[in-house]
Design a protein around this ligand. Sequence first.
Ligand code: R5P
Length: 293
Amino acid sequence: MKPLVFIMPGNEMIGQPLVNGIQGETGKFILQEFPDGETYIRIISEVQGRDIFILCTLHKPDPKAMQLYFLGNLLRDLKAKTIYLVAPYLAYMRQDKQFNPGEAMTSHYFAKLISSFADRLITIDPHLHRINSLEDIFSIPCQVIHAAPVISSWIKTNFRDALLIGPDIESRQWVSEVAEGADVPYIILNKIRHGDHHVEISSPEIGNFQDRIPILVDDIISTGQTMIQTASQLKKLGMEQPICLAVHAVFSGSAYMDLIYSGIRKVVTCNTIVHESNAIDITQILIERIREQ
Ligand code: R5P
């Protein structure tokens, strides 16, 4: 029996190529809101005994989490074989520590919720910082896919003379892998975050790399402040305007325009979240990994 793929609203861009790539079928279902704002879900396809992939990126996660919870439970009731949640962007991963007394470690609670209705999780470059492995907080098997090979290949094609710059220690894991694949040098800076919109970035030691094209590489752009402050440090050193490259185009509020108007050269992201800055396609690596299941 072919696997069924349920494409949640907003995931159509990679949904159909994914269905074709894994030789599956699109799951038919109705998802709508009652007049009072509650969720209505009805599954039309036959799901009993079948492998199910739910495709849902988790940018702005709260309403999506409720829909997924209902869908996952319904699939269980209808006796689906294995329920895979395919979340190209996994939310809540930065809330992994109690920074102040009484704060919720929402990454743990979110993981518990997902583990309650899915049998497996497949995601791309989750923000693993203080947590070593997703399985430390999820009680289901998790597969992490790295976007580094496709990012490296984009850099190789477009900017062979790049210098990759990671804005903080956490970014080393992505930047080092991308740099190796693209065969370009990299440096890592230090960041102190004073608040959601207030970050301080150390001044880079550029050394012999002054003439290279700076590419700032990070996993997420949210407020854009990490990128904006890093770019401003490069400007002080007289470097060229940088390219800002991230895996996940989260962009809260006016972040994208703030970044564009801050004097950077270009913003480039992967299509784990649909956004006009998407230039690097992760669909193929997602298909390849799913086919290995
Ligand atoms: C956190 O450390 C992440 O890797 C990013 O650096 C961070 O989420 C970027 O956030 P913002 O765009 O709000 O500075």
